[in-house]
Design a protein around this ligand. Sequence first.
Ligand SMILES: *Cc1c(COP(=O)(O)O)cnc(C)c1O
Length: 362
Amino acid sequence: MKIIDIEKLIRPHFSNLNTYDPVDPPETLASKFGVPKNQIIKLNGNENAYGSSPKVSDALSTLPLHVYPDPLQINVRNALSNYVGIASDRIIAGAGSDELIDLLFRLFISPGDGVIACSPTFGMYEFIAKVSDARIKLVPRNNSFEIDIESVTQSIGPNSKMIFVSSPNNPTGNTISLDQVKTLLDTGLIVVIDEAYYEFCKKTYAGLTANHENLVILRTMSKWAGLAGLRVGYGIMSPKLVNHIIGIKQPYNISIAAEAALLSSLEDSEYLLEKVELITNERKRMFSMLANIKGIKPWPSEGNFILCEFQPGCADNVNRGLEKRGIFVRSFKLDMLSDHLRITVGTSEQTDSVIKSIAELV
Ligand SMILES: *Cc1c(COP(=O)(O)O)cnc(C)c1O
C-alpha cells in the first residue's frame, strides 16, 4: 500500500493555526473540575441565565422535522424586519452571527487580503481571518479601551478590505461613537459593527445602513433571547449585499428548529426584554459590589458582562479558586488582558456567589 502524507495536501496556512478558544459545555466543566453539573455557576459565555422564552419549547415540540427549511428565510426575515424596523430585503439570518462573519470573509476576502480589528475584542474575527488566510491587523485600543481611530485609519493598506468593531465591545463593554463610525465608513472599506449585545444597551447604528452600502450590522439571538444553543443571528445591510450572501450561503443554514425558535422569541419579545432589564439592573448591582472589593477595578459595561481588572498577577489565582468552587468566568490568553477576568451577569443568586468567592480569593 502506498503511504500518503495527507499533511502535505492540507492548505499550508492551516499547518500552524491558532485555534479559537471556545467555552466548554457544563458536562465538560463538571468532569474536568469534579463539580456536580447542577451546581455549576457558568458565567464564562455571556449566555442568558434566564434561558429562552417558554414559547420556544412549545413551538419546538410540533415541528415537521422531515421538511427542509426555507432557503430564503422569508418568515424569519419578515419577523426580524418587524422587530428591527428595517425592510426585510436588508436582513439576512445566519447560523449564529458567527456564520455571517464567516460568510463576509467568503464574500470579500481573498488569501492575503487585510482585515482590521481593535484589540482586545471578540476572538472570532481573528480566528476566521486566519482560517481565511487573510492578514489581520489588531490595532490596540487605548488605556481606556477606546478605539484609536487614527491608528486604525493609518493601518489601512492597499489590500485592506474590512474593519470589525464589536459595539458594545466584548470583552471591554464600551461602545463606538457615531463620529468614529462615520470616520470608518469614510475609509470606503466594509465596516462591520457587531451589535451582539444591542438589547443590553439599546444603542444601534443600523439606521446608517440606509445610506452606507459598506456598513454591515450584526446581531444575534444568542444573548438577549437565550438561543445560543440553537445558533441564530442576523445581519442588516444593503439589499445588494443580502443577495450576495444568499448567493453563497448554505441554502438551509437556518434549521427548522432555529426558525421556529426565532419566530416564537420575537412574538414573546416583551417577556424576553423584561429579563434583559433584570440583567441590566443586576449589572449595576454587580458593578458596585465589584468596585467595593479592594484590588479590583470593574470596567463600565453596556453588555451582559463586566470586565474586571485585578492587581498584577492575581487574576489567575482568583480564576483557579473560582473553578475549584464550580464558578466559571472567562480568562484571556492575550497579554493585554492577563490581569483581567470577564464575568457574565446572571441572576442575583449567581452574582452573590461569585462576588463572595472573589472577595475571599483576591
Ligand atoms: C457572543 C458574540 C457573538 C456570537 O454570536 P452567535 O450568534 O452566537 O454566533 C458575536 N459577536 C460578539 C461580539 C459576541 O460576543
